[in-house]
Design a protein. Structure first.
Length: 314
């Protein structure tokens, strides 16, 4: 069984696992470069009967932060009368519109862009972290660079099922051996360009037992980072925030080692808080753990995140 790497070894991953320069000095896509036309065509060939599964959690303005993380979600009706919107009185037609405001990084299903985390003043590919500010936004690494969408083969690895449980224990740190065990159990292998989704059952546990009082949750151990690099995953999603909380490290710099190394060194885009329990059930019933995966982030300039509704299509 894997022993958690020491702090110095995790820090060495910034060099050993780095994709900086792999796709050129000005690259802003990171691992999305691994998704090619052939990757998309191969993914499309997985569609058989058209069954679609959403991988997003509901966003409810009446319950904006179900995980207690201080996330903001606002919805205000801007106009609620047709005469106001259309500029005329006495019309039979009515229309409404609203204002929506959101902090995307939080309890909602969202995509982390490559400007979200930095290390020693640098983002992915050596871009300066100071390129991102509260006034200017993310100037060098913005989510809008993924404007072509993320369309590829999706692979679900069900780690809860590996252990024969509905959900993993809070703070369970998933090792590379567990990822490989899931591949063997499901007769599927994650590979270059794939969207890798990891089911822990975290949100099923939250629904049954409530939020852990110290926000503990399962996630990947830092030891799994070389697996992600070796498999050349294009995007990583989990029903949680990728990192096991708390991490195995005492230094504040490694509070979230998977987030930090994945985003900064690998240029690996992350989907936090995906809804994967229905997908796990569908995959199990079909005995098929790969599928057509599609996700269209905001084409909004200067943002480090995007609320998303990924779809698995069988």
């Amino acid at each position: 069984m894997t022993i958690q790497p020491a702090e110095d070894e995790v820090i060495s991953y910034f060099d050993e696992l780095s994709n900086w320069g792999r796709w050129g000095p000005g690259d802003r896509l990171g691992t999305l470069n691994l998704i090619t036309g052939e990757t998309r065509r191969a993914a499309a060939r997985l569609i058989r009967d058209g069954q679609a599964v959403s991988l997003s959690r509901d966003m409810d303005p009446q319950n904006p932060d179900p995980l207690g993380r201080g996330t903001m979600l606002q919805r205000y009706m801007e106009t609620d009368k047709g005469s106001q919107l259309l500029g005329q009185n006495g019309l039979r037609v009515e229309a409404v519109r609203e204002y929506v405001g959101i902090v995307a990084h939080g309890s909602h299903t969202h995509l982390d862009g490559l400007a979200h985390f930095s290390w020693e003043g640098k983002n992915y590919n050596g871009f300066d972290a100071s390129d991102t500010s509260s006034t200017r936004g993310a100037r060098s690494l913005s989510v809008h660079h993924a404007y072509a969408g993320i369309v590829t083969r999706g692979v679900l690895l069900d780690i809860a099922a590996v252990h024969g449980v509905p959900w993993l224990a809070p703070s369970h740190a998933i090792t590379p051996e567990e990822l490989v065990a899931a591949e063997h159990r499901q007769a599927v292998t994650a590979g270059p360009g794939d969207a890798l989704l990891i089911h822990t059952g975290h949100f099923a546990r939250v629904a049954a037992e409530g939020i852990h009082p110290r926000q503990r949750q399962p996630g990947l151990a830092a030891a799994a980072l070389p697996y992600l690099r070796e498999r050349d995953i294009s995007v990583l999603g989990m029903d949680g925030i990728q990192d096991a909380i708390p991490s195995a490290y005492t230094t504040p710099d490694l509070t979230m080692p998977v987030h930090t190394v994945a985003l900064v060194a690998l240029g690996l885009w992350l989907i936090d808080n995906a809804a994967l329990s229905e997908l796990a059930a569908v995959c199990d019933s079909r005995r098929q753990w790969d599928f057509f995966f599609a996700m269209l982030p905001w084409r909004m300039v200067g943002v480090t995140s995007s609320v998303v509704n990924p779809i698995a299509l069988f």
